[in-house]
Write a protein that binds this ligand. Structure first.
Ligand code: SF4
Length: 274
């Protein structure tokens, strides 16, 4: 599918830096009816059931070493886009998405970095267009998701990047606890969750690390699927383009036997791992 960049339609967001203070200032300027968007695309596979219209927002509080879209990390790399523009674009594909049994996914970057924008898009797409909706998040900003926002989410795609706290910090630059707290909240709400776990040889593939994520996911009761995603290097060129070092350049991709082993750890906890 062709990646469509809304920058072809609208001027770039005039943001000079992405410190937390700048992000807050940017969001105040943008308001709830528009936000910073990187791109949108149609996809089938890991973004939720069926064919999805996926919006990738710009800006993320994490800095994952294996991020394959490092150009979505900065809010300033996005394009100021109104909710109306996003909804109008989704609307074009509604008959096709309905026929394909798919839906709408908001991804990133981190959608909960712009909770008002994300919430308003989800509300319209869910309540007015009547589409199945998915929220793709690391959960780090789960506390920013109001109950009203979550009411318009049918499925949460929750990335649990590591069970080992120290490794999580090394991988992402952030703490794991907010993600776990969000996972517990989703379980209490009985919200359907797909857990996503990126298998990186030499980093996340230690048996005790995989087992920790698997046992936790299995204990929640609302996880209907686990995607074990093999680490890949398709984003390496983007790191270079951004003038940043891709520190996992020499890390091997996992073998299919390694991926199967990790999936088995999840299925041993009664989970549907793919
Ligand atoms: S959470 Fe996703 S978008 Fe953010 S840095 Fe990690 S991989 Fe990239």
């Amino acid at each position: 599918m062709t990646l469509i960049h809304p920058g072809e339609l609208l001027p770039l967001v005039p943001v000079s830096t992405d410190t937390p203070a700048e992000q807050a200032a940017t969001l105040r300027g943008i308001g709830p009816v528009s936000g910073s968007v990187h791109s949108w695309d149609l996809s089938t596979g890991v973004d939720g059931p069926g064919t999805r219209f996926v919006v990738f927002v710009a800006g993320c509080p994490l800095a994952c070493l294996y991020c394959h879209n490092p150009d979505t990390m900065r809010m300033r790399n996005g394009t100021r886009t109104t909710v109306d523009t996003v909804v109008a674009e989704v609307n074009k594909y509604v008959p096709f998405i309905r026929a394909a049994g798919g839906g709408f996914t908001i991804s990133g970057g981190e959608p909960l970095l712009q909770p008002d924008f994300t919430g308003e898009i989800l509300r319209i797409v869910h309540e007015e267009l009547g589409l199945h909706t998915a929220l793709d998040t690391s959960g780090f900003l789960g506390a920013r998701a109001s109950d009203a926002l979550l009411a318009d989410v049918d499925l949460v795609l929750l990335d649990i990047k590591s069970w080992d706290r120290e490794l999580y910090l090394r991988l992402t630059g952030r703490q794991l606890e907010p993600t776990l707290a969000f996972a517990h909240r989703l379980a209490a709400l009985r919200k359907e969750v797909w857990v996503r776990f990126v298998l990186v040889p030499g980093l996340t593939d230690a048996p005790e690390n995989v087992e920790g994520v698997a046992a936790f996911a299995g204990s929640l009761g609302n996880v209907s699927r686990v995607d074990v995603l093999p680490f890949h290097k398709l984003g390496a060129a983007k790191w270079e383009e951004l003038g940043k070092e891709f520190t996992l350049a020499d890390t091997p991709v996992p073998t299919s036997a390694q991926v199967d082993r990790a999936r088995s750890a999840f299925t041993a906890h009664g989970l549907n791992a793919v």
